[in-house]
Design a protein around this ligand. Structure first.
Ligand code: ARG
Ligand code: GLU
Length: 721
């Protein structure tokens, strides 16, 4: 009795104390965190989460395409991911007659599911610590380049062995900047069919207006089905394929969540920079982000102006606008968050602590004595190069015709070779033609001319002394800062801004025509910027980057010695991870509290705002929500739409399942709040919240909105009352 009472006290106490947890953990090492997770409400074991013999939750999770995550929610290969992850597929299947983007798409049986060429899903079979074997291939004191070559060679060898004659894909990834290495063995399925997508007014509700923000009301999910051959193995698309039977799938929860319920996010986060030194953080905050924000603010203004005056242009530039705006808004949030956390000072204080530790432990610290000053000196060389590199990406490559004209560089160089094989040239020509068709479908030259003028002006004035590309030097000599005139000249003379002229060139192309391309002002400009950036910026930058990598390798190893009890997590690198936390709100600003849940009330509230296109909803949605037809998916009187929880996530976690303490699917991750976007560099347990679609809303949309009951029949719906 006394004992249970004590346990209860301990449990209650720990639940009350445990804060949001920073970190994206390797599933095979999750036993190191399991006690804390269980104290927070996890009811299953480390082996349930990840196991190599026998099914575990990891078998229900996939990398979707290249940059997203997905999860199996039925034994028949039914897969859920974000609407914004499958957006390209919906778009490709859409036409004016069948506008699935606007109307949504629902296959009412297997025959109506739509195949997607090129789309793959990737399953992790196993992961193995191969640190020893990789590092055996290196020698102490090797210079960084030779070290990296040795690592690459050993990694390739290990991966090749694991592929088992093409049965698997395999890759060795470095962790902690090359202090540890893991082999990842994957199985890749290639027949993935579209099953269901809500209309954009549900799946993309709120659009760019609400992007990166709470409160949110987006039904950002859609459904696919993975197919396999008769033996459940990967196969190219074939009507004879059968639904893949995953070793594990998630029951979908219809239960109403409570604040403080345990949550975990299981998926493929892309990249974080947790260990950056103060010099790097300062550079990002004071140079890199402000430059990107400034340039993209101007681009968006140009887009907005043209999109407002033509429906055609609005549709053409919708996805480009979303792309430019997404990173722009994230950088703004990241900078605000880093300032608020005093990130540079915090990093400096940590570095001082490190210095002190070295002084107090001369024996351990020998190798580290000059580390921080070397970091500093290296960053003084690296940062200007990185700046020029980023400036090229922002001011050069955000001009559409620069990107397009640059795609002709290979055609030019092939054409100049005397002995180039006819079929090689022909194949390249076909590629370029394809690129041209795609380019002109959504190209509005007046926008791009204005973008060229604006960005070139910024490119010139923001270039550091000695780093102005020769192409820009020429512009400056000829036009001064009148880049408007420069853009006007380029656009009146270049063939690459006109579909007709470009196609005329390509349809009658002969190798000698490379001269026409090389004379073209847009081509000359784009190719010149590209060449300069590769030779004068990227190549030297890579060398300094190698040096930085080797410093970070020493640094992260040292930090582990300095704080032996700390469970450091390795930066995200596109490999499978688990984050955990719980359902909780936050206090983003003085006088404002974020509650953890939003409901359908909020959809109607936003839809009532006049003139916000992102908040337009269909008659049907409006009627159903107004009449509160929530059925078994209601939470009391309400229909929950989105929720926030304190899981450490980043880009790539889109489509990741959010799970409760029993491993049930309670939602799908799709975003972070604006106040959290600095978490790639510095996590704040008070502020960092990931945003998910509630599983109750997902079930409701499938069942009550779309009427696709047969899909519910194949799922295992948990906790229905
Ligand atoms: N901010 C989310 C993620 O990076 C969602 C992006 C898609 N949504 C949008 N409105 N652009 O990346
Ligand atoms: N929307 C992001 C993605 O596409 C996830 C949000 C984040 O960066 O946390 O992966």
């Amino acid at each position: 009795m006394r004992k249970t009472f004590l346990t209860l006290i301990v449990v209650l106490f720990s639940i009350a104390c445990v804060k949001a947890v920073e970190g994206m953990w390797l599933p095979s090492l999750i036993h190191k965190n399991i006690e804390e997770m269980q104290a927070m409400g996890l009811e299953i074991t480390a082996e349930d989460l990840y196991s190599e013999d026998g099914a575990s939750l990891k078998d229900a999770i996939v990398r979707f395409g290249r940059g997203c995550t997905g999860a199996f929610i039925s034994g028949q290969g039914l897969l859920i991911t974000n609407h914004h992850c499958g957006y390209g597929q919906i778009q490709r299947h859409s036409s004016v007659e069948n506008d699935y983007l606007t109307e949504g798409f629902w296959a009412s049986n297997a025959d109506e599911e739509l195949p997607n060429e090129g789309l793959t899903i990737t399953l992790l079979v196993r992961m193995v610590d191969v640190t020893q074997r990789v590092l055996e291939a290196t020698e102490p004191g090797m210079d960084e380049l030779r070290f990296q070559e040795a690592v690459a060679k050993a990694s390739r060898q290990i991966a090749d062995e694991a592929k088992e004659e093409g049965l698997y894909e395999a890759q060795v990834n470095p962790f902690y900047f090359g202090n540890e290495y893991y082999l990842f063995v994957y199985k890749v399925y290639r027949d993935v069919r579209m099953v269901g997508a809500p209309p954009s007014s549900v799946g993309k509700f709120g659009g760019d207006t609400d992007n990166w923000m709470w409160p949110r009301h987006t039904g950002d999910f859609m459904l696919f089905r993975v197919y396999a051959d008769d033996n459940n193995q990967p196969a190219d698309y074939s009507p004879d394929n059968v639904p893949y039977q995953p070793e594990k799938f998630f029951p979908v929860s219809a239960r109403t969540l409570e604040p403080h319920d345990f949550t975990m996010v299981y998926g493929f986060p892309g990249r974080t920079n947790r260990y950056l030194t103060s010099d790097a953080v300062q550079f990002i905050m004071e140079q890199e982000n402000p430059m990107g924000i400034k340039l993209r603010t101007d681009i968006l203004q140009i887009y907005d102006q043209h999109m407002a005056s033509s429906d055609k242009v609005r549709i053409q530039y919708a996805s480009k606008h979303a792309g430019v705006a997404n990173a722009w808004k994230r950088w703004i949030g990241e900078n605000r968050g880093l300032k608020r956390l005093n990130a540079i000072e915090v990093k400096k204080a940590y570095e001082q602590e490190f210095e002190q530790w070295i002084q107090e432990n001369p024996s351990k610290g020998q190798a580290y004595e000059d580390l921080l000053s070397e970091f500093h000196n290296t960053y003084m060389i690296y940062n200007p190069l990185r700046y020029s590199f980023r400036l090229y990406f922002e001011a050069g490559r955000n001009v559409e015709v620069n990107r397009f004209a640059q795609q002709f560089m290979r055609l030019v160089s092939l054409s100049r070779q005397k002995d180039v094989a006819e079929d090689v040239l022909q194949a390249e020509l076909e590629q370029v033609k394809d690129a041209a068709r795609r380019f002109f479908k959504d190209y509005h030259a007046p926008i791009d001319q204005q973008v060229l003028s604006t960005l070139t002006r910024h490119f010139i004035s923001l270039s550091q002394p000695g780093m102005l590309p020769p192409e820009l030097e020429k512009v400056r000599k000829k036009y001064g800062m009148d880049t408007e005139k420069f853009a006007e000249d380029v656009f009146s003379r270049s063939m690459f801004v006109s579909e007709e002229k470009t196609m005329k060139l390509l349809d009658n192309y002969r190798p000698s025509h490379h001269r026409r391309i090389e004379r073209d002002p847009a081509y000359r400009f784009a190719a010149g910027l590209f060449d300069f950036t590769i030779t004068e910026v990227q190549t030297p930058m890579q060398e300094v980057q190698n040096k930085l990598d080797s410093l970070y390798r020493v640094y992260t190893a040292a930090l582990k010695k300095m704080q032996p009890d700390e469970n450091f997590f390795p930066d995200a690198n596109g490999t499978l991870r688990i984050s955990y936390g719980r359902v909780e709100g936050s206090f983003p600003r003085n006088g404002i509290q974020f509650l953890p849940f939003t409901t359908s009330e909020g959809i109607l509230e936003k839809a009532a705002e006049p003139d916000v296109e992102d908040y337009t909803i269909s008659e049907r949605l409006s009627t159903l929500l107004k009449n509160q037809v929530f059925g078994e998916y209601a939470s009391g009187e309400d229909l929950r739409v989105n929720f926030i929880s304190s899981n450490h996530t980043t880009g790539g976690n889109s489509g990741s399942p959010v799970l409760d303490g029993q491993g049930n699917f309670i939602g799908i991750n799709f975003d972070r709040s604006w106040e959290s976007t600095m978490s790639d560099i510095m996590f704040d347990p008070e502020q960092c919240r990931n945003i998910s679609v509630s599983s109750q809303y997902i079930l409701w949309v499938i069942h009550k909105y779309a009427g696709m009951e047969y899909l519910l029949d194949e799922m295992e719906v948990a906790g229905l009352n």
